[in-house]
Design a protein around this ligand. Structure first.
Ligand code: OMP
Length: 231
């Protein structure tokens, strides 16, 4: 609940809400679900919001010291600034541990001239890679990122996102009314490495109580119930 949210998480939620990163309305998701809210990490485009983002990502990693990594990797496009800012903030907040941390990201299109290749930044081969991304809904984009990193010889050791939307996996037959397990829960079980989120949908709904509009909060609660996981 909002009362137990760590201060850096509460500040991140406040920045995302005030900065218009968290939007209310009607949005079609990658999964085709129609959501009354959308978290657009592409809208963290001011110096103030970048600081809120890099602080929240870096502090989450500092608070989970058992996840050891060489490279912070952000999937194109929205993961790219997340990776560079997180790496910079890690080195800033805890240089004794993170000063030599590296970053990398992928190209959406392979480059066939110049230096070539699909990866920009630190070479992934044999390195421990931490993926930073925006949101987990179904986990599809994260599976693609893992595949790309492994193809380059990188070892994925964890994923960190801003928001866990707490949704169930899509049903294979497309019938979303069927009970299905949690998307992030299945990622955690299947991947064998930690999948962290700074905020969950519960945190967001709890944090909006008495702040945002009653109507938005009610529609978010209805959506949460509709796509709630069976486990
Ligand atoms: P997966 O859960 O890995 O399929 O990723 C969902 C992707 O959808 C995210 O990486 C975003 O690109 C996008 N998305 C958002 O950015 N914000 C949201 O609130 C919801 C989605 C989404 O479409 O589910």
């Amino acid at each position: 609940s909002s009362t137990t949210l760590a201060p850096y998480k509460a500040e991140f939620l406040k920045a995302a809400t005030e900065g218009g990163v968290l939007k209310f309305g009607s949005f079609e998701l990658k999964s085709k679900r129609i959501s009354p809210y959308f978290f657009n990490a592409g809208d963290f485009y001011s110096a103030k919001l970048i600081r809120a983002v890099s602080t929240a990502y870096a502090k989450t990693l500092i608070e989970n010291p058992s996840i050891e990594f060489d490279i912070v990797y952000g999937p194109a496009y929205k993961g790219i600034p997340l990776a560079t800012h997180t790496a910079e903030k890690l080195g800033d907040l805890k240089p004794e541990k993170y000063e030599n941390v590296l970053y990398a990201f992928d190209r959406k299109e392979a480059k066939d001239h110049g230096e070539g290749g699909n990866i920009v930044g630190a070479p992934l081969k044999g390195k421990r890679v931490l993926i930073v991304d925006d949101v987990v809904t179904a986990g599809t984009a994260k599976r693609e990122a893992i595949g790309k990193i492994r193809k380059e010889g990188g070892i994925v050791v964890g994923i960190l996102v801003a928001l866990d939307r707490m949704e169930k996996l899509p049903s294979p037959d497309g019938d979303d009314s069927k009970p299905m397990p949690s998307a992030i829960g299945e990622m955690r079980k299947g991947f064998g490495f930690p999948v962290l989120s700074i905020l969950t949908l519960d945190d967001v709904i709890g944090g909006l109580k008495g702040v945002g509009s009653e109507e938005d909060a009610k529609r978010m609660e209805e959506y949460r119930t509709k796509y709630k996981a069976s486990d």
